[in-house]
Design a protein around this ligand. Structure first.
Ligand code: BGC
Ligand code: BGC
Length: 741
């Protein structure tokens, strides 16, 4: 449609039809066999007439479903404006990739891009038009369950880079084409900073902190033309983000020039009543539309109250028209007026979903997302003739795709045990479950929170001994123990904040028991967040963190454990030594009393160090890399002249494996008119270096990289001395200095 056709369509719409476009419901209205009146309508509380006017559908996927819903809707709708189908395709659709936090640990934009592209290839033929992804919230608190959804982790720069990559991977250069869809950046803004890691909790920080660390990843995605953004559940400066005019109108639309669609998070408009800001639903609707929220996700606030507000002259129709026009425009860009099914195609689903190429590529991509945290005496890789005892609640478990993989099916997932059988043959497997994942008490926390029937407390005691005995028997017959342990997948993800982020008790006990055999223990760690490994770390010889690795994860794990490829991931979030250190991140401030000698009147803890167990950027390889000859092309950088300094370093692979290394560049502004962090990531390169070879790795430093939000909230650079750090993680670096004059 041309612009004028869209405008004339808008002019033909009744007020109800316009409001309908701003309402999002789920597909049950059109799919459920039950009476729609007593079912979904009464649940959502919207009137039946509105159903055939709504603008979009959430989380109905699959070509058949999408086509059915679209047909049923169009049949009864007067203007026949097609529905848009939106869904959360986070780490894959049917072929599941590692969770975003893991993907980010690859520090390889190609890996992150391909995971998203393959996910889109599958989701697009399944009828998805809009993907509620990427989440680019900066996350510094591992207690928060949703850190698993972050690709950039604790660092702003890494989040900016991945935000750009993901928006491009999802949208491609034409959102209507098969394999592409609309990217919806979320959650605007600063959702990752919820106080004490508690879901939906308060966020409060200075505007400087907000701009310096939290906002720019959203901005990066907008610069890449992301067409949608989702508000966050939290408040920003006292006002819920979803009705925050300053945030949505001034910053987002004004400063960033965003002209796409703003969608509320799930019922977030209505929740501004619980926040204690909106008085009632009508008030919430008015505040949200005034703030610039175009779509109300899954409540009746817009559908039932906007009309009244217009009739009472409290709300000008132009605000509704503005929102509706944006929605029509996006539907037009998706070419839904020409083809309401978009790329939904059941025949293609058969060919594309979980096809051989997707799975093979997933296996390869997944290998780069693992982080080797420990490898005493080079116990890894496993030597050919070593007899392996495979033990642990994750050893033969399908639940390795993470909390967001809601469209995947268990039968497509390969377990660790199955993947080992493929490699060495069934008859050679020594396997024992070793323990349950969780005690019934722990499991009941989860079941209760989901309203499911509870288990009988203490149930695990019946099997505990038996599992341990079996584990000891197989372990005695083996040379090495490979332990597959970790958090339950429902201990991370939305609504799954934890105060104690340790391995579940039964599994710690299993490790303690196995340790008595004095055999090498290799731990394959499953987790949706950094963990505190205090109780077990010194009992384990090697730790390979595989997060939740997805459909092909198990095969990829053995590829690494057997040394077909060296691990090459590095942490995008540090592992704390203790939960009491949280929030903990590498780019802290020095304070007036830096922790130098660990004396009483320094900024420190009495009972723990101030450093993480494994720092940001950390990850081992089967090889060893030596950093030498850090050189700066000049020690002077001229302000305002597009000047550059080239930083170079020689990295030698001193080991026996060809391996990839992630070379990291950090900069520290030694003095600023506001306090600056002890270092900030400003660049990284992942390079493949053959055994015994060396590579010169170069970075460029420009004035742009030195800018920050100063005391007057201007984004500027300041003359002065800067330190440059280049190294293998945020702690171990070579350093030099230069002046900005
Ligand atoms: C989450 C969003 C998600 C939405 C729709 C919300 O609970 O916060 O990230 O996109 O649900 O599923
Ligand atoms: C303390 C102050 C105290 C001052 C003088 C400082 O270390 O922070 O509270 O008044 O010493 O003793």
């Amino acid at each position: 449609m041309t612009k004028s056709q869209l405008i004339s369509l808008l002019n033909d719409m009744t007020l109800d039809e316009k409001i309908g476009q701003l309402v999002q419901v789920n597909g049950n209205f059109f799919l459920e066999e039950e009476n729609v009146q007593t079912g979904p309508i009464s649940r959502l509380g919207i009137n039946e007439d509105m159903i055939y006017k709504v603008g979009s559908i959430i989380n109905t996927v699959g070509a058949k479903n999408v086509i059915t819903v679209q047909d049923k809707y169009l049949e009864k709708s007067r203007l026949k404006i097609p529905l848009m189908f939106m869904a959360d395709i986070i780490n894959g659709y049917k072929t599941v990739f590692p969770i975003p936090l893991a993907q980010g640990c690859s520090w390889n934009t190609e890996v992150v891009k391909r995971c998203a592209q393959i996910a889109m290839k599958e989701a697009s033929v399944a009828g998805v038009n809009v993907n509620f992804y990427p989440m680019v919230d900066v996350v510094r608190d591992a207690r928060w369950g949703r850190v698993m959804e972050s690709t950039g982790g604790e660092d702003t720069y890494l989040n900016e880079i991945y935000s750009k990559v993901l928006v491009n991977a999802i949208q491609g250069n034409d959102i209507s084409k098969e394999g592409n869809c609309v990217a919806c950046i979320k959650h605007f803004a600063a959702y990752g900073a919820v106080e004490s890691g508690r879901e939906y909790n308060k966020v409060d920080m200075s505007e400087r902190e907000l701009r310096q660390y939290y906002l720019s990843p959203y901005k990066s995605g907008i610069e890449e033309k992301a067409k949608m953004i989702m508000t966050s559940f939290n408040i920003v400066d006292g006002i819920p983000a979803t009705i925050n005019k300053w945030l949505l109108r001034e910053i987002l639309r004004g400063e960033y020039g965003f002209d796409g669609i703003v969608i509320s998070d799930y019922s977030a408009i209505q929740e501004t009543i619980s926040h204690g800001v909106s008085q009632d639903k009508k008030d919430a609707a008015l505040r949200a539309i005034n703030a610039g929220v175009d779509i109300d996700m899954l409540t009746n606030v817009y559908s039932n109250f906007l009309k009244e507000l217009v009739k009472e002259d409290v709300l000008t129709i132009s605000l509704i028209d503005e929102a509706v026009y944006r929605i029509l425009k996006l539907k037009n860009e998706l070419k839904l007026f020409e083809n309401p099914y978009g790329n939904a195609n059941a025949e293609k689903e058969k060919k594309i979903l979980l096809n051989k190429e997707n799975l093979e590529e997933a296996r390869k991509l997944t290998r780069e997302t693992f982080v080797l945290l420990k490898n005493e005496k080079n116990i890894l890789p496993i030597k050919e003739n070593q007899k392996i005892a495979l033990i642990g609640p994750y050893a033969d478990n399908f639940a390795i795709t993470g909390e967001w993989s809601m469209f995947s099916e268990r039968e497509n997932i390969v377990t660790i045990k199955q993947a080992l059988e493929e490699r060495i043959g069934k008859e050679k497997i020594l396997y024992a479950k070793g323990s349950n994942m969780l005690t019934t008490r722990e499991m009941n926390y989860i079941l209760k929170s989901e309203g499911k029937p509870l288990l009988k407390n203490g149930e695990e005691l019946k099997t505990k001994k038996k599992y341990l005995n079996e584990a000891m028997t197989v372990a005695k017959n083996a040379d090495i123990i490979v332990l597959a342990v970790g958090e339950h997948y429902k201990q991370s993800g939305e609504g799954n904040a934890r105060v104690s982020i340790r391995l579940p008790k039964l599994q710690i006990n299993l490790i303690n028991v196995l340790k008595t055999l004095n055999k090498p223990i290799i731990m394959i760690l499953f987790n949706g967040r950094p963990l505190v490994l205090e109780e077990v770390e010194n009992k384990i010889d090697a730790i390979l963190d595989v997060w939740f690795p997805g459909t092909e994860g198990a095969r990829a794990i053995w590829d690494i454990l057997f040394g077909n490829e060296s691990p090459s991931g590095k942490l995008n979030m540090c592992f704390p030594e203790h939960e009491g250190q949280i929030p903990i991140y590498y780019n802290q401030y020095n304070t007036g009393r830096p922790n130098i000698n660990n004396l009483r009147f320094e900024s420190r803890y009495q009972d723990a160090s101030i450093y993480p167990k494994y720092p940001f950027g950390f990850g081992l390889s089967y090889s060893k890399f030596e950093y030498k000859d850090l050189k700066l092309s000049s020690t002077i950088l001229h302000k305002g002249k597009y000047d550059k300094i080239t930083v170079s370093v020689t990295v030698k692979n001193c080991g026996k494996f060809d391996a990839k290394e992630i070379v990291q560049l950090y900069i520290q502004d030694l003095f600023g008119n506001v306090v600056r962090p002890i270092k900030e990531l400003k660049g990284f390169k992942k390079v493949l270096i053959k055994a015994n070879e060396k590579k010169k790795v170069e970075f460029e430093i420009t004035e742009e990289m030195l800018k920050f939000w100063n005391k007057d909230l201007e984004y500027v650079s300041e003359k002065g001395t800067f330190k440059v750090y280049v190294g293998c993680n945020s702690k171990e670096c070579l350093e030099d200095k230069f002046e900005l004059i």
